[in-house]
Design a binder for this molecule. Sequence first.
Ligand SMILES: Nc1ncnc2c1ncn2[C@@H]1O[C@H](COP(=O)(O)OP(=O)(O)O)[C@@H](O)[C@H]1O
Ligand SMILES: [Mg+2]
Length: 329
Amino acid sequence: MLDFIMTTIIPIASGKGGVGKTVFAANLGVSLARHGKTVILIDLDLGGSNLHTCLGVRNRHPGIGYVIYNKGRSLESLVVPTDIPQLHFIPGDTLFPGTANLPFFKKKKILSEIGKLVADYILIDLGGGSTFNTIDFFLVSNTGLIVTNPQTTAVLNAYAFIKSSIFRLLYRSFPPRSEERNFIKAHMANRLEGSDLTLTDILEQLKHLSPEAEEVIRENLSGFHPRVVMNMGKSQNDLALGAKLRHIVRKNLEIEIEYIGFVGYDDAVDRSIVERTPLCAGHPESNFASSIDLIREKLMESLNFGEQRLFDDDEDIKDLMGDADEFSL
Ligand SMILES: Nc1ncnc2c1ncn2[C@@H]1O[C@H](COP(=O)(O)OP(=O)(O)O)[C@@H](O)[C@H]1O
Ligand SMILES: [Mg+2]
């Protein structure tokens, strides 16, 4: 009999670039692999790919662009090994214009190809910011990871990312051209013009719009628990920031996030990139590696909540947002 492998997909995002998301993804992958799990790390930071650098893998392999541009390659055929047993890697595509929105069918193709990969864990390193590309990939899991650092702008951007994800989740909770979706769409358009309904107001109005809407929203929102990692922390205050973020999200956005870990600032991280060996592999006894191991343990313990039942976005994204790729909510 074939063993059934349960694959856990973990998208890794951040509101802002430069917070250490890629370093974190690489080291979490190393930690899982050292713990006996098979891992595939996917570089989906379209336009800003650098996961290979953090892994110490040379950038000479075909990457995700071969799937995006239909060059007849399956995602599986792009998997390359790393120096660490059980840790595999799918390179990104540095030629992709980072700001371009992938049409939804391309995202669906990538996601269905990801679904065919066999591994215990698939970690997806996403680009920074709240573009639809990033958010749609983030929503493949109910419990994706968001990395931030203690800087005010980074924390605010993490909050904005969570908010944008919730709006996208609401939008995709209803079928194309439904009354509910049109309502959310209209709100998002108004929002750009400065209307200031809160999320609570919007949920209230949606519930009045249709009795079923309330049930759908409750189901999809109640299962949505992004997890936050505070990276490059330097003080107790920094540690407390994660809890503050959780509190504000609970108050304003009606969901619970999990503050899953705190990783301290460590100069050795930069050195590990130069030395082409992730810190968790080169110095598994370091404080940095211990914090990553702790996060890995928590991730492995926690339940897999499954997926939300979301509809595709088959409408033209441009139609929805005009030329604004990044929307502030
Ligand atoms: N815990 C840390 N301590 C010190 N420097 C870090 C830490 N995490 C990341 N860095 C550094 O921050 C920079 C950005 O990291 P990177 O992972 O590329 O960010 P992102 O993927 O979010 O854009 C790199 O130079 C990296 O070495
Ligand atoms: Mg990165």
